[in-house]
Structure formats: C-alpha cells, structure tokens
Write a protein that binds this ligand. Structure first.
Ligand code: ADP
Length: 239
C-alpha cells in the first residue's frame, strides 16, 4: 500500500545551499511524527513544501498516492500552526476560528455551529468575543490550534507550536495535543528542537542532521538504540 504522505527523493536548495538533501520519508495515516533536530537542519523547509509554501528543487511529494505539486492548497486539506502564523489581531476569537470555514464556502449558520463546537471542545467558548491581544499566550496558541483543526483537516502541520509557552503550560498543551490527535484520528507532523517534547509526544521521530534523516524510529528506538554518534549526542543533550 502506498504511504499516506511520501517525500520521494526530495531535495531543496536555496541558491547553492542544499537545505533538504535527497530525502525519502513515508508517513502513515493517523501517525504523530516529530521532526527533531538542531536549528537549520531543514525541518521547517520540509513542512513548507508539504503545505505548498515552497516547491522541491528535485523529487516529488505525494499525498495518498497523488503528487501534491499541482494540488491547490485547499485540496491538500492541511491545518497549519506555525509560530509566525499569528492570529488576525483585528478579529475576535470566533472570527479567527470561522475564517478557514468561510474561506471554504461554508454557510454562515453552519460556520457558527462548527465554531461554537470547536471552541467548546478546547474550553475557550467563554472567550469567543475577545480579541487576541486580550488573551494569554497559551490561550492564543489554543485558538491558533482550533483554527487549524476546525475544518477537519486530514493532516496537521505544526512548527514549534509550543515554543513560546512556559514549562507548565507547555506540558499541559502537550497532553491536550496528544489527546486531540487520538480523538480526531489526525495525521500530525510536528517540528521541534526539544528532545523531551519529541520523546513524550510522538509515535515516531525523524531526527534531522544537515538536511538528512539520521534516524527514523520510535521514541524508544531513538532513546535506547541510537544508530549514530550524532543521535546519541543530540538525545543526550539537555535544553
Ligand atoms: P530548521 O527548521 O531545522 O531550523 P530550516 O528549514 O528553517 O531549518 O532552515 C534550513 C536552512 O535553510 C537554514 O540555513 C536557513 O537559513 C535556510 N533557509 C530557509 N528558508 C530559506 C529561504 N527562503 N531562503 C534562503 N535560505 C533559507
């Protein structure tokens, strides 16, 4: 059976800089996969190509067997939570969450119904008339997450979504994310440079080094049986 997402010998260069180097990666449906590795190792670039914000220089990316290069972004049906992909400041929480539904042509009444349900699910219903500036960092992140999930995407791409949060909130959000992943049967690709976050959250981890995958394995495999010195040293470091 074809993998759900397949990066088939994908290379991405910016000028003479080869950021993703002839990479082959298969992601299963419903999997929580973390891309872990040092800053600059190509993790974000991989997500950008999957989301359609960048094109591969070589190779192809397939979603459910179909090359995505020519697929318009709404057909990719991916929810995106990037650190720099902030909420719309002039809109209320409810308007922010409604945005992707209205963009997809969902009617007003149905949008209100879905926004209410989604915000209630993450216990943000009481904040729906607020604007982002009136929320805490953690609440803003939960709204961003809700906005990425409200249209029931099959794939959710997250780039350091918990990076700006303090430790306690971060741990709480990690649990919440795992829970949502399970409940909604989502395929999640989650970028982090934090080893312990990747180890606790993932079904599998792809450990990146300079545009290549050094090891692709379960958290136990990465932790107990590092295949290279780089993996052992990266996992052994403390943040
Ligand atoms: P990571 O997410 O692992 O930190 P990135 O994918 O963001 O790594 O970046 C990998 C490398 O590609 C970095 O050296 C970065 O400066 C470079 N890079 C990323 N995007 C661009 C771009 N649009 N133009 C030029 N260089 C880029």
């Amino acid at each position: 059976m074809a993998p759900f997402i397949h990066f088939d010998q994908v290379t991405k260069s910016f000028g003479s800089l080869r950021v993703v180097d002839n990479l082959d990666l298969r992601v299963e449906k419903g999997e929580f996969l973390s891309l872990l590795g040092p800053s600059g190792s190509g993790k974000t670039t991989l997500l950008m190509m999957l989301a359609g914000f960048e094109n591969p220089s070589q190779g192809s990316i397939r979603l459910d067997g179909t090359p995505i290069e020519n697929m318009p972004s709404h057909r990719r049906n991916m929810g995106v939570v990037f650190q720099n992909y902030a909420l719309f400041p002039h809109m209320t929480v409810a308007e922010n969450v409604a945005f992707p539904l209205l963009m997809r042509g969902v009617g007003k009444a149905e949008t209100v119904r879905q926004v209410t349900r989604a915000l209630d699910m993450v216990r943000l219903g009481h904040l729906k008339e607020r604007r982002p500036a009136q929320l805490s960092g953690g609440q803003q992140q939960r709204v961003a997450l809700t906005r990425a999930l409200v249209f029931e995407p099959t794939v959710v791409l997250m780039d350091e979504p918990l990076g700006a949060l303090d430790k306690q909130l971060r741990e709480h959000m990690q649990l919440e994310l795992r829970d949502l992943h399970r409940k909604l049967g989502l395929t999640v690709i989650f970028v982090t440079h934090d080893q312990s976050e990747a180890l606790t959250m993932s079904d599998r981890i792809a450990l990146f080094n300079a545009g290549r995958i050094e090891q692709l394995d379960t958290p136990e495999g990465i932790y107990d049986r590092p295949r290279t010195r780089f993996v052992a040293e990266f996992i052994g470091e403390t943040n």
